[in-house]
Design a protein around this ligand. Sequence first.
Ligand SMILES: Cc1ncc(COP(=O)(O)O)c(C=O)c1O
Length: 417
Amino acid sequence: MNVLSNNADQLAIFGGPRACPDPWPTWPVWDDSERRGLNEVLESGRWWFGERVRQFESEFAAFQGARCAVSCTNGTTAIEMGLKALGVGEGDEVIVPAYTFIATASAVVTVGAIPVFADIDPATLCIDPSDVERKITPRTKAIIPVHVAGCIADMDRINDIAKARGLHVLEDAAHAWGSQLDGQGAGVLSECGTFSFQVSKNITAGEGGALVTDNEELADLCRSYSHCGRRKGAAWYDHDYLGSNLRLTEFQAAILLAQLSRLPEQIKRRQHNASLLDAALGNLQGVQLLAPQPRMTRRSYHMYIFRVDESVLGVSRDRFIEALNAEGVPASRGWYRPLYANAVFQNTDRLPAHPIIAPLTGKGVRYSDVCCPVCEQVCRDAVWIPQNVLLADEPAIKTLARAIQKVAAGCRLLRNR
Ligand SMILES: Cc1ncc(COP(=O)(O)O)c(C=O)c1O
């Protein structure tokens, strides 16, 4: 496709017809199964600590191919609970990618440890194992790879690095429900992994989270932590650990069970639609697709991400997105700055609360000179299309592809006006 095609003067941003006039599938998706489940819980009077939470944990564990799942209030507390159970605490360093949601790093701070940012692989947008190696110090205790948009990080290399140095690995699989590498589910490609069921997520109860693991002892510790520090089998008012209350309600579990039953079909549809987009955009000048590991046997597609090359298109990514939005494509910039560029890290020495203290100096850790160049570039050039769009039917996805082609072809006009 030639970016300088001549029929670009029809761009919707300049008053031309919208390429995608019809609405996209709404999210969340729900039907009578959620309604029935909620009603059953309501009428049973058993709203808390009941069989639905246990059933969801067992079904979700099976879905990810894990021995155990421990549910909790959200994906942030799932990471905190996992780090605590792995023994990560005061003064430890934890290597996290710079391209992620705040929770990956804030959970590290919440358990008293120090987030250290590593760059990402431009092909997958997941943490770059070579940069992880460079960031290891004698204080490093753990690595948190994030499977961005459901694309699995290079777990072979990360696990090798961790094994050689005696480090823990916790996968932030908040986007990776159902993603698999060689048939093995995300979350158990290392010691443990955490998930989010917040409302934008591909399976949701409004809020919710879980940790999966094959290690029963670790799961028991997490369960204790999420359940006010109660030890398995101990009396109700015995609190052996310093825990918290991170329990899901039966209402949430009823919704999650219904959502989970729909997920395999939805994943198939998202994968199929993503492959149509790949085929349509693969040769488009100025548009670059991601290149996930070929060994990924299933992918959740929390969003569809591509990158644009400003030097080829001649317009900025932000202007490109404005033109897409005008065409009816709900594209966004996603994480538009590296996590370390946020004020919470840049102002550690000035903030009154939550300073991230370096153990040796006793002063706030300086993040002002952290630079992850690949992440910085991706934050300038990535385009995100949300997961609900990938639930549309095939003709709508073809229209979406044509809208992106149309905007790419019209970049010459975007530049001049
Ligand atoms: C990569 C990543 N990790 C963790 C989380 C935290 O999940 P929650 O919002 O359920 O706390 C999110 C949420 O968006 C996320 O995107």
